[in-house]
Design a binder for this molecule. Structure first.
Ligand code: THU
Length: 144
């Protein structure tokens, strides 16, 4: 991935992070992804007084991608959390990313300053995974 793409994702993920709604955990997270056709989408965590109803930043970025109606293939997804430990996607988000991943989908984690803390393929984070191709119908098309 080229430096310009990393810079764009970093800027978008940090901007989304600054809008995060996390009054309960106080742990702000932003995410930005780029699709295989070059569109960029972002999201932030949105918590809720009914705690389990909160949603992760990655889920917001994925929803924006799907709503836009273009390519749903994630080339790279970046997560911006607070260091020093990398804010790696939770198990649920790994599976959500998997739905729209390719063999090459890359996951990057940066800290609150945009410093890279982690980079690897989704496959390394979610090996031996279950995906759309496990279902007979697949998920390429919506049912009529
Ligand atoms: N969170 C994310 O949004 N993404 C991650 O990758 C890890 C955790 C959120 C969920 C919750 O709002 C807060 O961070 C603390 O867990």
């Amino acid at each position: 991935m080229d430096e310009k793409t990393v810079a764009t994702l970093t800027q978008k993920a940090l901007a989304a992070r600054s809008n995060a709604y996390a009054p309960y955990s106080r742990f702000l997270v932003g995410a930005a992804l780029i699709t295989e056709d070059g569109q960029v989408f972002s999201g932030c965590n949105v918590e809720n007084a009914a705690y389990p109803e909160g949603v992760c930043a990655e889920a917001g970025a994925i929803s924006a991608m799907v709503a836009a109606g273009g390519s749903r293939k994630i080339a790279t997804i970046m997560v911006a959390g607070k260091g020093p430990a990398p804010c790696l996607p939770c198990g649920g988000c790994r599976q959500k990313i998997r739905e729209f991943a390719t063999q090459r989908t890359c996951v990057l984690v940066v800290d609150e300053n945009g410093t890279e803390l982690f980079k690897d393929d989704l496959h390394a984070l979610l090996p031996h995974s279950f995906g759309p191709e496990n279902l007979e119908t697949g998920a390429d098309e919506n049912p009529a």
